[in-house]
Design a protein around this ligand. Sequence first.
Ligand code: GDP
Ligand code: MG
Length: 264
Amino acid sequence: MQKFAETDRQIFRFPVAFRNDATLYSGQTDFSPGVRDACKMSKVQVLRLAKIVFVGDCGVGKTCLINRFCKRIFDSNYKATIGVDFEVERFDVLGVAFNLQMWDTAGQERFRSIASSYYRGAHALVVVFDMTNLLSLAHCHQWLEEAMTANCRGPKPLVFLVGTKKDLMGPASQKMVEAQAVQMSKELGAELWLLSACTGDNVLDFFFRLTALNFDRSVLRELERDKVDIKIGYDFVSPKRPVKIAEKNKSKRNNCQGQSDCKI
Ligand code: GDP
Ligand code: MG
């Protein structure tokens, strides 16, 4: 394993949302209290991994977006993704190693039946549409529904709505599409981003925000789990404590076992 992430993959400051009126996570402007402390005191040592699933019609730009970020390239020749592909990108967040595992799915109808098995255990869903094609925006409801159904057990994934090909939009058409995308982000309960894999506009900002939100959630969950463990220990040494609490905590822990969690 690399000792440190590359310098442009290190996050110390919490990235801001694209628009504060088009996100469920607008309240989150910094790492949660406790997360910074835990990282500073090296309490967080497990290598973490977040599974990010990209969905959307074929041709909207999912593969180009991932390639722009991971390989720093843009290829204007269209090659359809077959089935599913994935890339892993290493970050250091507050000095702690964190891997983003990006699952790039094919948008074709014939892969839809197998796709749902790849959606499972996602920590975040990125629903992608093409800003020059409003039909691809309209299809986002269905894409999210399918991906959510596969993740109905376990914690709800973070959801992002991403419009690509911003470079092809004039100011007036961008304004019109952006207004519709804001509305859609509210309907989906998703955080909106508009970007271009061609010019790179907003690409880094989007991936940094995605990573920071996932990292924060992952560490918080670990801190919560530690608290549960301490309580169980207390129940064990004090027989007067009602058994019910220990049972409740036990079932909470069991509920977590079925999902792929942020640790590997
Ligand atoms: P996917 O099927 O969703 O993975 O779509 P691709 O990433 O393969 O992209 C489909 C086509 O859109 C390709 O020809 C890309 O060159 C083009 N494309 C993707 N992103 C952008 C972008 O941001 N700007 C422009 N101008 N073209 C893009
Ligand atoms: Mg593709």
